[in-house]
Design a protein around this ligand. Structure first.
Ligand code: HDE
Length: 711
């Protein structure tokens, strides 16, 4: 058994549970799957040295057969993901609202496994696609597994599960030629969207910088749907879940995202892995918006509509707990790939609402595991196994692990003494919230779901000018890749319902005029004779805005520079003193410094010492870092005129990041065209010949957006 490496692991019930299945080959003989020691793993059994292989070679057959069956289907959506272990702790008992055991006692650490993902791309696609990010949390509670399967955006594209296969077919690579990979910028996606006005709010989020996060550690998470908290007295409160990153919410810009995809398509995966390995454990606070059952109809929108959020100004977010990710998985396939989330994995005290998107999800997640993991016994896979004991009369099936004893596998029974027993509510038995339903069966959508534009406008209004500019550019890019003119025109018509300036600017980039939006709009939804009912409400004038919806004015942004990656461009004869003073100042604040030089190995300092090079200029690129610094030293002059160095500085400048330099380093920076052009108008993000404090302070501002206009 693996020795716990930290105090938390020693007491973590899921860590202990996983150890039953971990295997370490150190100091062990190689064997077959049957335990037979292998004497030669390099040569197959042949009839003579140059003869044919023999069918009787059971060792070769076992090895190749296993290899032939190593792959399982990737997830239909969210195929590319990265995950980590950690724990969750509630700050104070939530008993007033919910009886969920893991939300009662602040001294209890509930183990979690969290998987982040992109949606559209395949398993091997880039991390930096413009896309929604999945944010799935499995809580291994003493009352069974609870899964909060959310996203990094608080709303969704569609209102009803019936449209999900269509949405995904539209966004995935086009079926005739399987292009493009991990991208929404193509005709089928925008064709569908232009016919689905209900997607407009989500489109604003997906076209914003939220869709290109700087790090998985720097994203908010949302449960999206409205759920219910139920307390001991069976009283219900509606609840919206929020994860607020302690690292702040940060994004890259689109030009960076595209370049990162080429330079390091594992950028997010690596960032998460390295942060945890280096002890910089990412943390999120869990927040809830609580709405008493009686207030269900007090809002301008329907709480059951997943294309709407509850503005934080109307219902504030109360922080109730903290989640820390402190351990990387031991094995990607066994854990990250085989983990199976499901919004229907509930504990007493938490329940669903009738959101029609959520209702459809409750079917889909178990169903998909049956083909992805291959058997109804997927709950027995170690990463999916509950730490609460499981007993029922489900039996057999492919790859069954559990050995059920006795002759009884039915209920009621007398031969087994009536076991396993059903639990009364007071004994922790789950009972669904006893909501009264009195209705006719209909295939219809509620009239209260028909305002598709107000919150899209609220989102757009809330953005800073810089962020609005990014949305406009993103739409120009995405629609620019669309080949069918009519789709672009339809889209611009819909955008004009959100904001006239937005539509005009996007249209200008596409070289088209803003058309009047086509009515009826809901071409794709509803039976023909029912069109009137499904017709979206005409857009109303929305003037409100909400800081919580921006990144740049978001209250979660902190000036911390911890885990920021700083490139030090160096060369032989660098000033060791300059490197050390800046490196120490940055590392004291938790930043990570990487030494970049024209060659790998070591560089010599002016003082006659050696410094290890982390990356050569051939490998490093500005887009992989948060800032660049060029130290002093007489040898630094060599960097002048090196194409990669000029590119490094130019891109850092273009992406509004911090550039620092001392003496000779400052001169190299000033020799770069972009910096020369900025001249006197250079902003405070260019820190030349100032002390380390000024550099650290500039880094705390993250980006100097005022530069973007000039660029
Ligand atoms: Fe999912 N979704 N989804 N989804 N979803 C899956 O389940 C589905 C939706 C989300 O890290 C699949 O195990 C339907 C909303 C995440 O393993 C599948 C509908 C939200 C993940 C599935 C939705 C999500 C999935 C694919 C509309 C945000 C990754 C593999 C009714 C709240 C989980 C799997 C992980 C995965 C179906 C809509 C989040 C096919 C039918 C809304 C984070 O079952």
């Amino acid at each position: 058994m693996k020795k716990p490496t930290s105090k938390t692991e020693g007491t973590d019930p899921k860590f202990q549970d996983l150890q039953k299945n971990t295997s370490d080959a150190t100091d062990q003989f190689m064997t077959t799957d049957q335990g037979l020691k292998i004497n030669d793993d390099n040569n197959s059994l042949k009839a003579g040295e140059r003869g044919p292989s023999l069918l009787e070679d059971f060792i070769l057959r076992e090895k190749i057969t296993h290899f032939d069956h190593e792959r399982i289907p990737e997830r239909i959506v969210h195929a590319r993901g990265s995950a980590a272990h950690g724990y969750f702790q509630v700050h104070e008992s939530m008993a007033q609202y919910t009886k969920a055991g893991f939300l009662q006692d602040p001294s209890i650490k509930t183990p979690v496994f969290v998987r982040f993902s992109t949606v559209a791309g395949s398993r091997g696609s880039t991390d930096l696609a413009r896309d929604v990010r999945g944010f799935s949390v499995k809580f291994y509670t003493a009352e069974g597994n609870y899964d909060l399967v959310g996203n990094n955006m608080p709303v969704f594209f569609i209102q009803d599960a019936a449209k999900f296969p269509d949405l995904i077919h539209a966004v995935k690579p086009e079926p005739h030629h399987e292009m493009p990979q991990a991208a929404s910028a193509h005709d089928t996606f925008w064709d569908f969207i232009s016919l689905m006005p209900e997607s407009m709010h989500m489109i604003m989020w997906v076209m914003s910088d939220r869709a290109i996060p700087r790090s998985l550690r720097m994203m908010e998470g949302f449960g999206v749907h409205t759920f219910r908290f139920i307390n001991k007295n069976n009283e219900s409160h509606f609840v919206k879940f929020h994860w607020k990153p302690k690292q702040g919410t940060h994004s890259v810009v689109w030009d960076e995202a595209q370049k990162i995809s080429g330079k390091n398509c594992d950028f997010h995966r690596q960032d998460l892995w390295e942060a945890i390995e280096s002890g910089n454990f990412p943390e999120w606070e869990l927040g809830v918006q609580l709405i008493p059952e009686a207030d269900e109809h007090k809002f301008a929108f329907d709480l059951l509509d997943p294309t709407k959020l509850v503005p934080e100004e109307e219902v504030p977010v109360t922080i109730i707990g903290t989640m820390v990710l402190n351990r990387n998985p031991d094995n990607f396939f066994a854990e990250t790939e085989q983990v199976a989330f499901h919004p229907g994995h509930l504990v007493p005290g938490i329940d669903f609402t009738n959101d029609p998107l959520l209702q459809g999800r409750l079917f889909s997640y178990t169903d998909t595991q049956l083909s992805r993991l291959g058997s109804p016994n997927f709950h027995e896979i170690p990463i999916n196994r509950s730490v609460a004991p499981t007993h029922n009369n489900q039996r057999d099936g492919h790859m069954r692990q559990e050995i059920n004893t006795g002759r009884v596998s039915y209920h009621p029974n007398s031969l087994g003494g009536g076991c396993p027993f059903q639990a009364k509510m007071a004994e922790g038995g789950f009972t669904s919230f006893n909501e009264r339903i009195d209705a006719k069966k209909v295939r219809e959508r509620s009239e209260s779901f028909s305002d598709h534009f107000s919150q899209a406008t609220l989102f757009f209004n809330s953005q800073t000018e810089v962020e609005k500019g990014h949305i406009i550019k993103a739409l120009r890019f995405e629609l620019g890749k669309v080949e069918t003119e009519a789709i672009r025109v339809r889209m611009v018509g819909l955008l004009s319902q959100i904001d006239k300036t937005l539509a005009t600017k996007v249209a200008a980039g596409l070289g088209i005029a803003v058309p009047a939006p086509a009515f009826p709009m809901n071409h794709g939804v509803g039976a023909d004779d029912d069109f009137e009912k499904h017709e979206p409400k005409k857009a109303e004038q929305v003037t409100k805005s909400s800081d919580a919806l921006t990144i740049l004015r978001n209250p979660t942004v902190t000036p911390s520079i911890a885990t920021k990656q700083i490139a030090f461009l160096c060369a032989d004869e660098v000033s060791g003193a300059s490197v050390v003073s800046y490196k120490n100042a940055l590392e004291r604040k938790g930043a990570v410094v990487k030494i970049i030089a024209p060659h790998l190995g070591f560089i010599k300092t002016e003082e006659g010492k050696k410094i290890k090079v982390d990356q050569s200029l051939l490998i490093a690129a500005s887009v992989l870092f948060d800032a660049v610094f060029i130290p002093a030293g007489k040898g630094i002059k060599q960097l002048k005129g090196i194409k990669e160095v000029a590119e490094f500085i130019t891109d850092t400048y273009k992406h509004c990041k911090v550039i620092g330099g001392e003496d000779e380093g400052a001169l190299v920076i000033q020799s770069v065209q972009a910096i020369m052009e900025a001249g006197k108008n250079a902003d405070e993000g260019i820190v030349l010949n100032k002390d380390t404090t000024a550099f650290v302070k500039a880094l705390g501002k993250h980006r100097f957006w005022e530069r973007e206009e000039a660029v």
